[in-house]
Design a protein around this ligand. Structure first.
Ligand code: TPS
Length: 329
């Protein structure tokens, strides 16, 4: 729809986004700002992630899943910090040629996940661009004062623990691109994981109670562990054969001739949105109980050590890893 004018911006806000606004703080999206009361005893935790067509999602990814993923990757960041989400700000950069169908699908995706995760739209901006479709979202959450979990904080001797499965993000991207020769059912499961990953929102409290350091796995497990290691001033040693693989990832793995290369690919691909934590040994039992209660798998991959960087072993031998994760040019 070329030449989208100001009326469309206002109609987009009024018809599609106003129903998503926080009933009080969003001011019906008719003001220039949102206004929220401070919460005594809590810190406000904010995070922002952008998604650009061709970089973070594929041109034929449905717009409702693009919206849901945008919200979910931000909620994943909050969860890894131990924060409970309540709202978000949104900026949409619609291509000149985009029309109402895309905007309606996008808003419908947000509406669905707002209910699932208990968050509301607080405000934002809607513009038209000559470039690719792009979206940016800032998520907000609360943590009791001083309790936000940092990337720094890992100590030598802490165990390195990860939630869920690793590798479905990169395999999901391959599946969505039609590059995986697996059964349809597996391709569908992986594509769904790539398009709508599951942020560990319910696990935020456990992260805050038991982890010394944490972050979510977006760039790639090894790269993200590297971020934790450098922020904390420790080394991290992990055993690649401990990588938790879904049934679909296991099916893919069994087709590979070089197991070390295959596991390395999964541990560096990114888009997993699991939480990797450094956990003091005495806290591991408590964390496991919390994971059992939310039917979430936990895997101990290795430990923090003296030194620096991430050392990856397979069968006890050190594996050289050249590219540790996703990097924008
Ligand atoms: C079409 N990818 C892109 S950005 C990123 C990853 C793993 C890291 C997190 O982003 N190609 C397409 N879609 C994708 N999702 C990827 C590649 C993989 P950021 O560092 O911007 O937060």
């Amino acid at each position: 729809m070329p030449g989208v004018d100001a009326a469309d911006e206002f109609e987009t806000i009024e018809r599609l986004f106003r129903p998503l606004a926080h009933p009080e703080w969003g001011r019906g999206l008719i003001d220039d700002v949102a206004a929220l009361p401070s919460r005594p005893g809590y810190d406000l935790i904010l995070t922002k992630d952008a998604m650009v067509e061709g970089v973070h999602f594929l041109p034929d990814d449905p717009l409702d899943t693009v919206a849901r993923k945008l919200l979910r990757v931000n909620l994943s960041d909050l969860a890894a910090k131990g924060a409970e989400p309540f709202g978000y700000l949104l900026a949409c950069f619609w291509p000149e040629a985009s029309g109402w169908l895309e905007r309606e699908a996008f808003a419908a995706g947000l509406a669905e996940d707002q209910v699932k995760f208990g968050v509301h739209l607080l405000g934002g901006d809607t513009v038209v661009t000559p470039g690719p479709a792009s979206f940016s979202l800032t998520a907000l959450g609360w943590v009791p004062h001083g309790r936000a979990v940092a990337r720094a904080g890992a100590q030598p001797g802490d165990l390195i623990v990860v939630t869920g499965m690793i590798g479905d993000g990169i395999l999901g991207l391959k599946a969505a691109r039609g590059e995986l020769g697996l059964e349809d059912e597996r391709v569908a499961a992986l594509t769904a994981h790539y398009r709508t990953p599951e942020p560990r929102v319910d696990f935020a409290l456990a992260v805050r109670e038991h982890a010394a350091a944490a972050l979510d796995v977006s760039d790639g497990l090894i790269a993200d562990m590297g971020h934790m290691a450098s922020a904390s001033g420790v080394g991290i040693l992990i055993d690649l054969e401990k990588l938790p693989l879904s049934r679909a990832a296991t099916a893919w793995f069994e087709t590979r001739v070089d197991p070390v290369a295959a596991l390395t690919e999964l541990a560096t691909g990114g888009d997993d949105y699991e939480i990797v934590m450094a956990v003091p040994p005495a806290a591991v039992e408590g964390l496991k109980r919390a994971a059992d209660a939310s039917h979430l798998r936990l895997t101990v991959l290795g430990a923090a050590t003296q030194g620096e960087g991430v050392t990856v072993r397979h069968g006890g031998e050190v594996v050289p890893v050249k590219t540790t994760g996703w990097r924008h040019g």
